[in-house]
Design a protein around this ligand. Structure first.
Ligand code: MG
Length: 155
């Protein structure tokens, strides 16, 4: 049994869709990045790769590679999941938290869990997604950006 941790943060900017856990969340801003900037999925990918000793998201999907420009991070997640399987690992569970002041994410959590479980071909019960605010403090509290943390266990 092995565990991994992942963390990511992205800036919030106007003129971008807000994609979290593969869900297009209605909001006046979106996350800035080379891919769809799905901060939750990026943290989960790093947790999975870390648990399996396979490096990190930047090594597997370089942001200098035009192939990943604007790509859905669910595609990257599925590819990371396949890399784990081909290295002899299976995913036990994932837990994660999105840190964002706004918008309210509770209505979208189940869709995020389902998207992640489908991309990795694991049960929804093995995917935890939570959301919290930082009560107005720091870069998430001021609405400058969002962050996410994830842990994964594999065997
Ligand atoms: Mg990222």
């Amino acid at each position: 049994m092995r565990v991994g941790i992942g963390y990511d943060a992205h800036k919030l900017v106007a003129g971008r869709p807000l994609i979290l856990g593969g869900v297009n969340v209605p909001f006046e801003k979106g996350l800035h990045g080379h891919s769809d900037a799905d901060v939750l999925i990026h943290a989960i990918i790093d947790a999975l790769l870390g648990a399996a000793g396979l490096g990190d998201i930047g090594g597997m999907f370089p942001d200098t590679d035009a192939a990943y420009k604007g790509v859905s991070s669910l595609i990257l997640l599925a590819e990371a999941g396949r890399a784990l399987i081909s290295n002899g690992f299976s995913i036990v569970n994932i837990d994660s938290v999105i840190i964002a002041e706004r918008p309210r994410l509770a209505p979208h959590i189940q869709d995020m869990r389902r998207n992640i479980s489908l991309a990795l071909d694991i049960s929804v019960a093995a995917v935890g997604v939570k959301a919290t605010t930082e009560e107005g403090m720091g870069f998430t509290g001021s609405g400058l950006g969002m962050s996410a943390q994830a842990v994964a266990s594999v065997e």
